[in-house]
Design a protein around this ligand. Structure first.
Ligand code: GLN
Length: 248
């Protein structure tokens, strides 16, 4: 079967709960960037109590407030084994903000019981007294290429990485994982977590294509992602950099 007739399969976890940062915008970017190259995305939405398909090429967890994370954390813990198996087998996992925190070992929200994460990323998060809010500009190196990634952060959590993962980005602007070490997000293999939203991918087409390239590789497609006309996306990227005071 040709790549054009076999879709890339994406599992969108808890779209009803983890969805506060236009997370569907990230899914739409994956879909359109594949379609523009004659490829297709098939998205499966998984909620509380639903079995998780093990054969997806991409898994996505969006952002949520503490109470939403609390609602899904136990259910997600039940899905940890199949998710880990998929990740170990080469699937891409992307977690944004609340979803990022739950990819770690645990998240201790203010005044509550720590909620379990699934430990796909070697990190843990504790809520601080203030929120870290604002524009972010950072340098990200993936597949040996370094690019600027832009976004917006709004979180109380302070995330500290263990030795089993590396930071996704080095900050030029913004507070990042914990407001102290100059790092943002985390990567281990093809599992990526970040506090950046707004949403993340429309303004960062290079990152979208890097993740899609991994997903296509996992799906066994030997296709090169042809360059697209990204003028609009690059203009949005430049505006975000200007707003963050990183470009004129
Ligand atoms: N509830 C988490 C925090 O504030 C994540 C919030 C979010 O997804 N913005 O740290």
């Amino acid at each position: 079967m040709s790549a054009a007739s076999r879709p890339v399969r994406l599992c969108h976890l808890y779209p009803g709960h983890l969805n506060i940062y236009a997370d569907r915008g990230n899914i739409a970017v994956f879909q359109r960037r594949l379609e523009w190259r004659g490829l297709a995305l098939e998205a499966v939405e998984i909620g509380l109590g639903d079995p998780i398909p093990g054969d997806c090429h991409l898994y996505y967890l969006g952002g949520g407030q503490d109470r939403d994370q609390m609602l899904v954390a136990e259910d997600l813990a039940q899905k940890a084994d199949p998710l880990r198996k998929a990740a170990d087998g080469g699937a891409v996992v992307l977690g944004v903000c609340g979803g990022y925190q739950l990819l770690g070992h645990r998240y201790a929200a203010a005044g509550g019981q720590p909620m379990p994460g699934i430990g796909l990323l070697d990190l843990e998060t504790t809520a601080g007294k203030s929120r870290l809010i604002g524009d972010v500009v950072m340098d990200v190196t993936l597949n040996g290429h370094t690019r600027t990634v832009v976004g917006y952060e709004n979180h109380a959590g302070r995330t500290h990485l263990g030795g089993g993962c590396t930071p996704l980005g080095r900050l030029r602007r913004g507070r990042g994982n914990n407001g102290a070490d100059g790092c943002e997000g985390a990567v281990a293999g093809r599992t990526v977590g970040t506090y950046l939203h707004g949403p993340l991918l429309p303004k960062n087409p290079w990152l979208a294509d890097t993740l899609l390239g991994w997903a296509l590789d996992h799906a066994g497609f030997s296709v090169e992602l042809a360059p697209l006309d990204d003028d609009l996306e690059q203009a949005a990227h430049a505006v975000a950099q200007t707003r963050a005071g990183q470009k004129r």
